[in-house]
Design a protein around this ligand. Sequence first.
Ligand SMILES: *Cc1c(COP(=O)(O)O)cnc(C)c1O
Length: 360
Amino acid sequence: MEGIVNFSAGPSALPAPVVARIRDDLPDWNGTGSSVVELSHRAGPFMALASGLEAHLRRMLAVPESHRIVFLQGGAQMQFAAVPLNLAGEGGPACYVDTGAWSARAIAEARRYCRVHVAASSGADGYRSIPPRAVWEVPPDCAYLHYVANETIAGVEFAAEPESGGVPLVADMSSNILSRPIDVARFGVVYAGAQKNMGVSGLTVVIVREDLLDCAHPLTPTVIRYAAQAEADSMANTPCTFAWYVASLVLEWIDDEGGLDAVAERNRRKAERLYRAIDASDLYSNRIEPASRSRMNVSFELGDDALDPTFLAESERAGLVGLKGHRSLGGMRASIYNAMPVQGVERLVAFLEDFERRHG
Ligand SMILES: *Cc1c(COP(=O)(O)O)cnc(C)c1O
């Protein structure tokens, strides 16, 4: 066997050179004689890492001067509460587009803090597509318009940033941040948990437009209040130092791979290869409308789900792990984030074809 290919949805595979670097660095990071997790976040070497991480992310995503970057904890789901607390103040309504399981969770959490208006939902068609922008209802007085850029569970992705009609646009990019360039200037807030495409769990990146920093509800906890964390350089509480360190290595790796454009092009080719194989087969199918298909999470079903256990056992034996679909949907899902090499997708396609020949 040529080694394991990890298709896990999150936490997910890190680039192999990043894992090797962590191993090498661990006992003595940067000549400090300690591992990175044993040092004060206020000590010089870690402060240098922190400012380097901010500058690097700013450069890579071309984050304009108008926007602050804060590094928080609590995952994307903490942001489901932090966004309404920070942006909806005591008013609202907040506007949400409902395109799947993560949208639904974000909406349910926001309802605890403010009035919520659902601009559009694809629930009626089983979340197989993104509702066309023309049918969205966005009240001009809403505090913000929230959408999930990539629905990780079903594998539905916005092909481009939607028009927000002048209200602050907020995106959960947990599963597609750093997968391609984005126009940050168009957003009020972008947030993403790190464990899919930016490192390990624990770190949540929030990019927030400066003029939105003073809208928070007075009861917003300090550690999730964007203004307080921006003021404290994200050290209002002890940061998850290991996750910051890993994120800095992931950004270096993206540069080594040729930068965001090169990684985006590779992601496009990987997804196209996999969807082409699924569409060409009589055994596998993907239920998402082609224009809304995710480049990061490719879901597929076997014509006969009685074959699922055999498929999972054989794929695992072939070294292809993490293909079981989310427990709420069943079926299969191949998560092919930045760290997935083209070779990994080629091995999956070869396995799919071989399995179909034997069981189709
Ligand atoms: C994984 C994921 C989340 C949840 O992240 P947590 O770390 O569990 O809070 C939210 N939104 C999207 C789009 C995700 O992929």
